[in-house]
Design a protein around this ligand. Structure first.
Ligand code: HEM
Ligand code: HEM
Length: 187
């Protein structure tokens, strides 16, 4: 089937995403000694989240903006129902289920970064609650990331379009015959 390439992810989102993957992985794997590498990578992840939150309000293109992808509960349930029936529509930007995962990942990395910082302060140094929150949120987030990658794999097979490549090039495939219509139909 002939397809058109449509630009979806702007450069900011792509650089943000892969920098977040690199900084999160570095902080996760460098824990033998909690030194400048662990803390530096963690603060970088935190700074990236802050920048992404600002971009969610000011991005010029439609797909990076929160108001384009944060779903209402009704929209989310409808999508999940259709997903279970194997009839879910394709979304060019984040689908409603993906959007919820993304909100979780943004919030979770923020919690991990802030609790990590708190552990280095006099007020919270040695505080069990903060430490448990840091480590438990990391564990839950690693599981979430596995689900996140799996869901992208499913979506790539289901819609015969490589989501991972799209996060590198910024472009997705739209059937050429009804490209304009498909774009309108895919919120
Ligand atoms: C190697 C591992 C990973 C791969 C292959 C991957 C892949 C992707 C892909 C393909 C998308 C686009 C989804 C769509 O089309 O709707 C995406 C979005 C996203 N991913 Fe990942 N991801 C990975 C790891 C992570 C990690 C570790 C985090 C955070 C801890 C993360 C956070 C996000 C966020 C926040 C978005 C939304 C991007 C935005 O709108 O700015 N990802 N990921
Ligand atoms: C956002 C990315 C981060 C990830 C994925 C992460 C991950 C982890 C993990 C897995 C541990 C447990 C290590 C172990 O018990 O062997 C840990 C501990 C720790 N992290 Fe982070 N961290 C992050 C950010 C930060 C930041 C920004 C700071 C501080 C500036 C920080 C400070 C610490 C400290 C002090 C500990 C030791 C806690 C203890 O006493 O066991 N982390 N982190």
């Amino acid at each position: 089937m002939a397809t058109n390439r449509v630009r979806v992810w702007d450069r900011f989102v792509r650089v943000f995403h892969w920098s977040l993957v690199a900084s999160f992985a570095t902080a996760y794997f460098v824990t033998e000694h909690i030194g400048w590498v662990h803390k530096g990578a963690g603060y970088l992840a935190l700074a990236l989240i802050a920048a992404r939150c600002v971009w969610g309000f000011i991005a010029p293109g439609p797909h990076a903006r929160f108001d384009s992808f944060v779903p209402t509960p009704a929209r989310l349930w409808r999508y999940l129902r259709l997903l279970l029936q194997g009839r879910e529509p394709r979304h060019l930007g984040h689908n409603p289920a993906g959007a919820v995962m993304i909100l979780y990942l943004l919030a979770a990395v923020a919690v991990i970064g802030v609790t990590g910082h708190l552990m280095t302060t006099d007020a919270f140094w040695g505080n069990d609650l903060v430490e448990t929150l840091h480590v438990t949120t990391v564990d839950i987030t690693v599981i979430a990331v596995i689900v996140h990658v799996g869901a992208n794999l499913y979506e790539s097979i289901r819609h015969r379009d490589n989501m991972f490549k799209a996060m590198v090039t910024g472009e997705k495939n739209v059937p050429a015959s009804d490209g304009a219509e498909a774009e309108r139909a895919w919120p």
